[in-house]
Design a protein around this ligand. Sequence first.
Ligand code: HEM
Length: 494
Amino acid sequence: MSVSVEEPTYATYLKLVTSAFLACVTLIFVRRRWFSSISDIPGPFLGSFSVLWQIRHAIKGHTEEETIAEHRRHGDFVRIGYNEVSIGHPDAINEVLKSQMNKGDWYRIFSLPDSRYVNQMSEVDAKRHITKTKNIAPGYAFSNVIKAEPYVDGALRLFEKRLDSLSEAHLPVNFDEWFNFLGFDIMGEVTFSKQFGFLDQGRDIGGAIANTRMLGIYVAIMGHFWWAHDYLLANPLIGYLNLQPTMHIFDTALAAVDRRSKNDQVRKDMIEQWMDMRKKHPERMEEKEILAAAVANIGAGADTVSATLQALFYNLLRNEETLTQLREEIDGANLAEVPTHEETQQLPFLQACIKETLRVHTPVAFGLPRVAPKGGVTVLGRHFDEGVILSVNPWVIHQRPDIFGNDADVFSPARWMDPIRAREMEKSFTAFGAGYNQCPGRHLAHMELCKTTAMLVRDYDIKQVNKGKSWRFESHFTAVPYDWPCYVTRRCNQ
Ligand code: HEM
């Protein structure tokens, strides 16, 4: 008697593979949700087993608001990813950001134009990062930045000329574009003595600035899948085929660095400082680090300044008394045609307005991730195992009523005018980050903010085209507003 054995069919194989896949997914889900070393930390459901909560809000564009809301709901620790805890207490500035923990792998996404160019932003290893920082520090030193002041003045004069033309033609000024034009052109001047031409041409050449918004979304999402970056935007083929979304910016930087190697009649700009450093220490600085650092600068230094200037003027338009007080201080100071950096340091209310803007609309609106080292780490009395990602979002700290007052969500520069209170709040002020990753461009940023604000407040009346209409902004890594066109007119007494 013969027994017939049925041949497994394609459908049976498919069922088997599907069941195995579902079993694996269930196992991963159960393990992450209930058996991870951070399973006891509360947070959004999606964050308990995946990075979907972070991706969802990176796409929606308000990670900062959602992270604040989660901290108000759950306290200082919130599990925002299967392996990531957001810490909302100011002590995390010392215990996490100022420690020597490596940065999260998420930062690797910042290797641009492609993965060969690891810059200080994308270098995640703390030791290598510190060497890179030492190599480029002379370029950012205040003593070097201040030498660029006459060139910043040149950009500001051109900026006002463009505002005058728009004003005469009764055309609205989109400050999201114009502050970006200014920010990029100043970065070009200071980094490699060449503007990008945005102010000169008065337009977004090659759509480079509009595309930085797309780049922001790409960075926020793909940072979680940085290993795929090499096959996507950082693929050298993309650069070769000119498909980078911000090609005008990279091309201008590349050409300026290349020209430099053939020309020794140059200013002591940042590139020159870095080239000098490489001559002195060729063993610790590769040539491609110079271009990488220039690109990091341009990526980090333009839209952050634009966001701050926009937030400052947007808030001044909504706070007439504050604007009047600031204007009285500025008008009474008899400033130079382009106010000097030194003059602006003597204006306490201007300084308070800038500080308050950086607090209430902090340009970097994303958790800054660090990785618990070998043996784990204790933060705020709680132990975290090796490899757990600990992130600190400056917005969460800056909106704490226990530090900044019950009106912490309101723009109120006066809070910085009491020196004792200001000293206390300063300890929790983290707009420029902290520790070995602290923003190296902060001196330049501060100079740009002081000079531009003093000059514009003195020279122009600004009115929103639609009075009182709210702006829009989405925060991916940076929170850059848009959609609040204004009319500008020269003030009568000028
Ligand atoms: C208002 C303006 C600015 C703000 C609020 C700001 C804020 C920040 C913050 C918070 C970080 C640290 C991120 C982290 O811990 O991962 C950072 C890093 C950085 N910033 Fe700025 N920045 C500003 C302007 C600038 C300017 C003008 C430049 C260039 C001259 C610049 C260059 C950089 C670079 C190169 C890094 C990477 C540093 C590192 O990882 O070591 N930034 N910035």
